[in-house]
Design a binder for this molecule. Structure first.
Ligand SMILES: C[S@@+](CC[C@H](N)C(=O)[O-])C[C@H]1O[C@@H](n2cnc3c(N)ncnc32)[C@H](O)[C@@H]1O
Length: 348
């Protein structure tokens, strides 16, 4: 499969799941052969990851592996394509200034689309903290013959990078489920204010919600949900939404970061905490508490629970065993290891 067939297959809404997998497998194989970077989900081993003040930047092999999170890649690529089309309608005749921050070694969310654009339509900046990824991306651009496009690579920290011009499109996917570990929040807070008034930030919104459910039961049903949809899954598992505990919306991220405060023992910076109360209901102690993530990439292109690695549930062991009437404070911790923290509040 060549790069044009790969992108046509991914963009074709009628492609079966199997064809989409084949296309992404072919993309990764092609990129690996050209760059000699083999996908490896070694992110849990921390090998060659960069630990920054705002989160972990996973190494090039682990970033390459993200392409094989099939539904994630498909939904993002389609969303990016739709966003570029929307911008061309909004700003006819404008050369679109695009920043893809955290592009990784294969620039997966945009590279397959470059063949669909005319040279001169876009000015593209591919940014990553790892030089190895940028070297890899340069090889791919040359190999696929995309050098007629105006493309620059930038080695920088996306949490502090300032682009010289206003941007029409910003793409960032530096996250894991529940916004844990990687710096999606801090990158969004830094880059979103650099968007032009008609610009588009991808993803448009990320929500993390606390729910009570039976995770084992959900896991069994999640395979069927691919056929019946997430709403059916929720109905059959009797999942209880407690609260959306964090929304990462590009427009508000900078202000949220500005309002972040150090916690009571002065050890970490955190977003404004929220309170939740466990409902008093039968058999609550038999349920799990878990964080569910949904990602709205662009307009109708979104990732729901279980669609991808980045929207899998995360069990909150800290809240177990669940006790009806208990109140907890939840705060999103920024800094070198972003994550949610839980504190049980004493009963009055
Ligand atoms: C989860 S990978 C995703 C790679 C690619 N965007 C994709 O979707 O397939 C995140 C990428 O962001 C990069 N990254 C993480 N933190 C960064 C930072 N602060 N500045 C620049 N790049 C960063 C990592 O090096 C890695 O390549």
């Amino acid at each position: 499969m060549n790069i044009n067939t790969i992108s046509d297959t991914i963009l074709d809404e009628a492609s079966s799941a199997e064809r989409l997998r084949d296309a992404l497998d072919a993309f990764v194989l092609l990129c690996s052969e050209i760059t000699n970077i083999r996908p490896d989900p070694s992110f849990s081993a921390w090998a060659q990851d960069s630990l920054s003040d705002n989160g972990v930047a996973i190494n090039a092999q682990a970033a390459a592996h993200c392409a094989l999170d099939y539904e994630r890649s498909v939904v993002f690529i389609r969303g990016v394509y739709a966003a570029i089309h929307a911008l061309q309608l909004r700003l006819p005749g404008t050369v679109l200034e695009i920043l893809y921050a955290g592009c990784g070694p294969f620039a997966t969310l945009l590279l397959p689309l470059l063949g669909k654009m005319e040279a001169g339509e876009i000015r593209l900046s591919l940014l990553d903290i790892h030089q190895r990824s940028l070297d890899s991306v340069k090889l791919l651009l040359t190999h696929f013959g995309f050098c007629s496009h105006s493309v620059q690579t930038i080695k920088a920290d996306a949490c502090s990078y300032k682009h010289p011009d206003k941007l029409h499109l910003i793409i960032v996917e530096a996250m894991q489920k529940s916004l844990e570990q990687e710096p999606q929040f801090a990158i969004t807070a830094n880059l979103a204010p650099q968007l032009s008034p008609y610009g588009i930030f991808i993803p448009q919104r990320i929500d993390v919600s606390l729910c009570l459910t039976d995770l084992e039961h959900e896991k069994k049903l999640s395979k069927q949900s691919q056929r019946h949809g997430v709403d059916e899954l929720k109905k059959h598992t009797g999942r209880h939404l407690i609260k959306t505990i964090c929304t990462l919306h590009p427009e508000y991220a900078f202000d949220q970061m500005q309002r972040a405060q150090t916690n009571s023992d002065g050890t970490m910076l955190q977003l404004e905490p929220i309170m939740v109360e466990i409902p008093v209901m039968a058999s609550v102690a038999q349920l799990d508490a878990a964080l569910f993530t949904t990602v709205r990439v662009f307009e109708q292109y979104s990732l729901q629970d279980y669609d991808s690695q980045i929207t899998l549930p995360l069990k909150c062991h800290e809240l177990l065993p669940l006790v009806g009437g208990d109140r907890h404070q939840i705060s999103y911790q920024l800094g070198s290891y972003p994550r949610f923290n839980f504190r049980r509040l004493n009963k009055e």
